[in-house]
Ligand binder design. Structure first.
Ligand SMILES: [Zn+2]
Length: 149
């Protein structure tokens, strides 16, 4: 997994939260943790098993390695769920972008954000990477302490 593919996976996950679809991230996390099957995802999260498999497959493709992709989901998704804000108001039809207040006619929220708010995405990505590093260094320190005992 190259740093570029990590960046692509992170961007994909961050965009889902920015676009107001945290349930996709929760489903992915439960899926890689083995807590749900794609079939039960539809009852719990309202996402069809085909969609969930599709989301997971896109991440595996970007990562180029399934187990590393799963690891990245396990580490990054809880952080993104907690830290990344929602920028699309999905309670309205059409949805409204809360960054530029545009109504999203015939455009996927993710595509709108990618096209018009690249700066917000990259800022968000940097923030999440900082948080991931914090989590990883804490884990590392914990392991080091255990090893010393
Ligand atoms: Zn916008």
């Amino acid at each position: 997994m190259t740093s570029n593919s990590i960046s692509e996976v992170l961007e994909y996950l961050i965009l889902k939260k920015m676009a107001g679809r945290p349930e996709v991230l929760k489903a992915l996390l439960d899926y890689v943790d083995g807590n749900i099957s794609p079939a039960t995802a539809s009852t719990v999260y309202g996402i069809s098993k085909y969609q969930l498999r599709g989301f997971a497959q896109r991440i595996y493709d970007k990562a180029g390695n399934r187990s590393l992709a799963s690891l990245l989901i396990k580490i990054a998704v809880p952080i993104i769920l907690e830290k990344t804000k929602v920028y699309i108001d999905r309670s309205q039809k059409p949805e409204e972008c809360l960054i530029c207040n545009r109504k999203l006619y015939n455009v996927f929220p993710e595509d709108h954000i990618k096209k018009h708010h690249k700066d917000v995405i990259s800022h968000e990505k940097q923030r999440i990477i900082v948080e991931i590093k914090k989590v990883l260094s804490k884990e590392f320190v914990k392991e080091e302490i255990l090893r010393e005992k």
